[in-house]
Ligand binder design. Structure first.
Ligand SMILES: [Zn+2]
Ligand SMILES: [Zn+2]
Length: 368
């Protein structure tokens, strides 16, 4: 018996999100039905909705869901009805990188999460009037009152923590925090530079503030975001609209350069400036995604001082251990995510999209 639910459907690239009744398929053995309580909006949702990625439309997006499990498939063991869950990306659990604890680099990552729109076996999870829709987005498609969720996207969390305060952990926050904790791993006295003070960049700033790094620099072109970055742990800020970035970073680091840089803007010009700002043995993490096919030139001799440039997906996190730890930090007030969040009723999703695009909301969270 299929479940009818209300979902935000994107009919074709560039069209708005419109609420529409859809039918969820019956849960497979490794799936669960989740009643959504909150869902974060991420730039990847907007990129797909604009038609910038080959995800099948009409379809249902949403990949930072948080809710309560209502029903589980026959082989689901990790969660039970009534459990609170944060939804994240899915993975096969069986390939080399999954087995090695790096599911964000799963061999099937792209079709299973971002562009396939179907289950691994090719069947669809959502339909409307008998026609299949694009679904299974990050194993969840959570812009809906109820979602059919892949078991590996489900992370059971502490039921005492309000779900609207932790929904963004599944993508944006995990990405920014993971860039610092899983890749840069700042050592005592080191310098971390975060390029771009959006949701991912500010998450990286908060994460850096929980390490022994002593200099944390936030860079953006919006003054209010820089003052927020300071409140969240940045020791220095650079307004790239006013100052020369290279000069400013040289001044802050005493000419030494940055030990770690997190690039969240997706702008290849900024990326190049970040690489040039690295100290010897410094690492730049690429988090922001420019359009497919983008390239960047590097000063090869400038790299010979042991510099590294590393790409990153979803913080390279093992979600089942990473997300519950972040929930604990949110609960204790040590990861003040609420400073990034603006909530909107689900029906106002298009207002949330506009506010995000206009830079008025850093991390919109839809509530159901
Ligand atoms: Zn995302
Ligand atoms: Zn895998």
């Amino acid at each position: 018996m299929s479940i009818t639910t209300r979902a935000a459907v994107v009919e074709s690239g560039g069209e708005p999100f419109t609420l529409s009744d859809v039918q969820l398929d019956e849960p497979g053995p490794h799936e669960a039905v989740v009643r959504m309580v909150a869902a974060g909006l991420c730039h990847t949702d907007l990129g797909v909705a604009s038609g910038g990625l080959p995800f099948p439309l009409p379809g249902v997006l949403g990949h930072e869901g948080a809710g309560v499990v209502e029903a589980v498939g026959s082989d689901v063991t990790g969660v039970a009805p009534g459990d609170h869950v944060v939804l994240s990306f899915t993975s096969c659990g069986d390939c080399r990188n999954c087995r090695d604890g790096h599911p964000a680099y799963c061999a099937t990552w792209l079709p299973m999460n971002l562009i396939g729109g179907r289950r691994a076996d090719g069947s669809s999870t959502i339909s409307r009037a008998g026609e299949p829709l694009g679904g299974h987005f990050f194993g969840q498609s959570s812009f809906a009152d109820r979602a059919l969720v892949d078991e590996r996207s489900l992370v059971k969390v502490d039921a005492d923590v309000p779900l609207e305060s932790i929904a963004p952990l599944g993508c944006g926050v995990q990405t920014g925090v993971g860039a610092v904790w899983n890749v840069l791993k700042p050592t005592l006295g080191s310098t971390v530079v975060v390029l771009g003070a959006g949701a991912v960049g500010l998450s990286a700033v908060m994460a850096a503030a929980l390490t022994p790094a002593t200099t944390i620099v936030a860079v953006d072109r919006v003054a209010e975001r820089l003052s927020l970055a300071k409140e969240l742990g940045a020791t220095h800020t650079v307004n790239a609209a006013e100052a020369d970035l290279a000069e400013a970073l040289a001044g802050i680091t005493g000419g030494q350069g940055a030990d770690g840089v997190v690039e969240t803007t997706g702008n290849v010009g900024v990326l190049r400036q970040g690489v040039d700002a690295l100290a010897a043995r410094g690492t730049l993490v690429i988090v922001g995604a420019p359009p497919f096919g983008s390239e960047v030139a590097l000063d090869v001799n400038g790299m010979l001082g042991g510099k590294r440039v590393v790409g990153l997906t979803l913080g390279d996190a093992e979600t089942q251990t990473f997300i519950p730890a972040l929930v604990k930090l949110v609960k204790e007030g040590r990861l003040p995510l609420h400073r990034l969040i603006s909530t909107y009723p689900f029906a106002d999703i298009d207002q949330a999209v506009r506010d995000m695009g206009a830079g008025k909301a850093i991390k919109p969270v839809l509530t159901f």
